[in-house]
Structures are given as C-alpha cells and as structure tokens.
Design a binder for this molecule. Sequence first.
Ligand code: CAA
Ligand code: NAD
Length: 294
Amino acid sequence: LKAKAKQWEKEAADVKQAAVLGAGIMGGGIAYQSAYKGTPILMKDINEDGIALGLKEAKKLLSKRVAKGKMKPEQMADALNNIRPTLTYGDFGNVDIVVEAVVENVKVKDSVLREVEDQVSEDTIVTSNTSTISIDTLSKNLKRPENFCGMHFFNPVPMMPLVEVIRGEKTSDRAIATTVAYAKAMGKTPIVVNNCPGFLVNRVLFPYFGGFAGLVRDGADFQRVDKVMENFGWPMGPAYLLDVVGMDTGKHANEVMAEGFPDRMKTDWKSGIDVMFENDRYGQKNGKGFYAYE
Ligand code: CAA
Ligand code: NAD
C-alpha cells in the first residue's frame, strides 16, 4: 500500500487553481477552506444571493480567527482575495480541479457536470461532493470519466477533518492522486473508498437517521431523542444534525439510500424528515426545521 501511495503522489497534478460549483452550505465552506489554506478558488453559483451568502460566511469565519488572534488582518485579506466569486464559466480554462457542490439531485448534477466538462481543459480533474449518488451514475454522460471521482466533505467543512475520495469504475489513479493531494493541501484527512450509495460514512449515518425517524413515528419525542444521544456522548442528536445538514439534502439523500439499500431503509411510510421538508422547514438554512433559529 505504501508503495502504491508513493506512486500516486508522483501522479498527482499540481493544484494551483481550484473551482467550486455552488456557494451553499458546502460550497461556501469548501471555498473558505481552500482559500484559507492557500489554494485560490473560483466560486460559481447561479444566483447573486447564493454567492453573497457564501462570501458572508467566509468573512465571518475569517474575522473570528482574526478576533481570536489566530490570524493577522492582512492574512485575512489574502485569504479573501483567494476566493473569486463568479456567475459564469469565463475563467474555468485554467482550473486544475473542480468540486461540484450543487443540490443533491441526479438530473441537476448530470447537467452541471456535463456543462463544466466543456469549459475546462482535458487534464482538469472534476469531482462531486455528492452525499450519496453513485459516482458511476454521475460519470455516465461525461466524455472523460477517467478524470472524475467523488470528493465528499463533511459539514461544517472548516471543522470536519475527513474527506472521502470515491473511486468510480473508470476513475484514473491520476484523478484519485490529485484529489487526495488537494484534500491534504486543504488540511483535511482523505480516505479513498469504493463506490456505493452513501459511500462509507453516509452508509452508516443514513440508517441512523432512519432509526431516528422510526422512533418518532412510534411516538418518541424528537427533543428527548436528541438529549439521549447527547448524553450518550455525541455532539448533537439526530434532529439537530438534520437541521444542520438541511432537510432538502437529507430527504434527497435518504431517497438514494432507500433505493440502494431497501432492506435497511424505509420506503413505504412518511417520515418526520418528509413532513419537515413538505412544510418548508429546511433546517438552519432557512431558520426553521425540527427547531427554530434566529
Ligand atoms: N462552522 C465553522 N466553525 C465552527 C462551526 C461551524 N458551523 N461550529 C463550530 N465552529 C468552530 C468554533 O468557532 C470553534 O472555533 P475555535 O476553536 O477557533 O474557538 C470550534 O469550532 C469549536 O466550537 P464549539 O466548541 O462550539 O464546538 P465543538 O468543538 O463542541 O464542536 C463540531 C464543533 C465539531 C462541529 C461539533 O458540533 C460536531 O461534531 N458536530 C457534528 C457535525 C457532524 O456530524 N457533521 C456531519 C454531518 S453529515 C455530513 O456532512 C455528510 C452528508 O453528506 C450529509
Ligand atoms: P445548499 O442548498 O446549501 O447549496 C446548493 C447551492 O447550489 C445553492 O447556492 C444553489 O444556488 C447552487 N446551485 C444550484 N444549481 C446550480 C448550478 N447549476 N450551478 C451552480 N450552482 C448551483 O446545498 P448544500 O448543503 O451545500 O449541498 C450541496 C451538495 O453537497 C449536495 O450534493 C449535498 O448532498 C452535499 N453535501 C451536503 C452536506 C450537508 O450537510 N449539507 C454534507 C456533505 C455533502
């Protein structure tokens, strides 16, 4: 394995310029982390509001570091200069790696990935931050599937060390090596995993959410379940964590997992996650989920 890792290191492309598609919870965090650790990044969204939110979050996180004396104001300015917000693909010709972080929807991702592939060079590595969708499904309509793999960050990106690098059937060693190298440059701990719905972490996490939904269906109070899980030693319970993740992402990811693992995941009843989603309670992103936020 060590010899293979050494070989990979040699194959990794030098990442001088990155790009992220989507400036939401994850895209904004990825842009912040890349910029803060010194790799310039283009941050593309389809609307100004999305970009404004992504930049506001990055500024907030950097200001906090300055206030705590962990960073000088000029370093904050450098980090902010490393994030170039855009609504177009104008500068994508020089990008070494792309992280797609748009909504968890196969059709949207398929169209965005095909679109970006036409804008980047033949050597550019294109990755997806999908939570659950098969890497082979996402690469099906790409011209260069060998340049594509998963790069799955965890929320909140600045705090969570792990990044899953997911190898699809056609992914090249160069794509894996470059993605691993970029994750390391961002100060993260990458692990290379095989492709399946939910990969490694969400294959464990989503059945846990399913267990929580089942308890609520059977009459449990969600706040008590959260308290119990906190007392068990976890930083937060499942209802609060779903509010952090976002109910839209949670619901769509849940559907992919239920299709992939019908023996483990609910398919035929409406869960608390579905009810929250249908009532526009998306979690912290819109100020109301299982809990209410300022
Ligand atoms: N964004 C950025 N920084 C944050 C933050 C956030 N959302 N929340 C806390 N922080 C920072 C604080 O500012 C603080 O920084 P300093 O050390 O500079 O002071 C530091 O983190 C510690 O903060 P706290 O003491 O308030 O929090 P903590 O240490 O108790 O824990 C945490 C913070 C590690 C994020 C913890 O809340 C946690 O583990 N939460 C669970 C997160 C989780 O499970 N994520 C996975 C979601 S699922 C997923 O991502 C996969 C998917 O595909 C859906
Ligand atoms: P989000 O709703 O916060 O952000 C999505 C962003 O994508 C929005 O700003 C939207 O305007 C933008 N967008 C939509 N279509 C676009 C397009 N064609 N081009 C560019 N931007 C576009 O969602 P999120 O929570 O950041 O999730 C993004 C991805 O990351 C999803 O695949 C999700 O499964 C995955 N993910 C989410 C979490 C989480 O906890 N939220 C954790 C890990 C992975």
